[in-house]
Design a protein around this ligand. Sequence first.
Ligand code: PGA
Length: 256
Amino acid sequence: MRKPILAGNWKMNGTNPELPRFFESLVQNLPANWSEDVEVIFALPYTLLQQANVLCKSSPITIASQNINQYESGAYTGEISAAMLKDIGVTTTLIGHSERRQYYAETDESVSEKVRVCLEQGIRPIACVGETKDERESGVTEDVVARQVTAILAGVKDLANLVIAYEPVWAIGTGLTASDEQANQVHSFIRDLVAKKFNDEQAQNLRILYGGSAKPANIDGLLKQEHIDGGLVGGASLKADDFSRMINAAVELYGR
Ligand code: PGA
């Protein structure tokens, strides 16, 4: 069985003084052994990573960044390398989030390169894919997702340390969510693509998260889908209460 992941993506939100109280109230609302059934990740702004890592040291919560630069070091003002993340004990990162593709000229090529660098450096990428509203409406969702997934897999030799997140761009921060079936269909399509490049068994072990207005009210239906192995959650991860409800929903569904 694939262990589900609930990953919060704080985007450009949050300050250090808020963190202790946030994690305290999050954990307060969780059952004692929650981490046996669900993996919890927070992708935070760079400025919060160090303190969050210290605060979560004795808990199973994983702290992640939201991006890396693909180069090792040098004249890339404002950028952060994989080695710099490892330097502060961060070993998971989002890669290729649609907001980075949309606003910061992230391309399939740079995403591919970043995924390769992460895996070489022992950093686990959560690589994001997803179609825009126009693309869905013109019936090219599978073409777009196939192109993005192919770029991600190009530099991957071993799937063990990779997570993929399917985030339809039209559902991110809009309150619109893909229906459970719509999402599951694309997840299944992604798993098939992965199976073609690797094999069935490895594809079955890959975790594919859904993102796009996931919240306490809809997480249950999404998690019940065969190919949905968790969520990448923006807005609802900023509230400890909402996010702990989502974790609890996953514990209930997956708990032994
Ligand atoms: P949202 O964001 O949950 O606020 O839609 C998801 C994401 O962009 O990762």
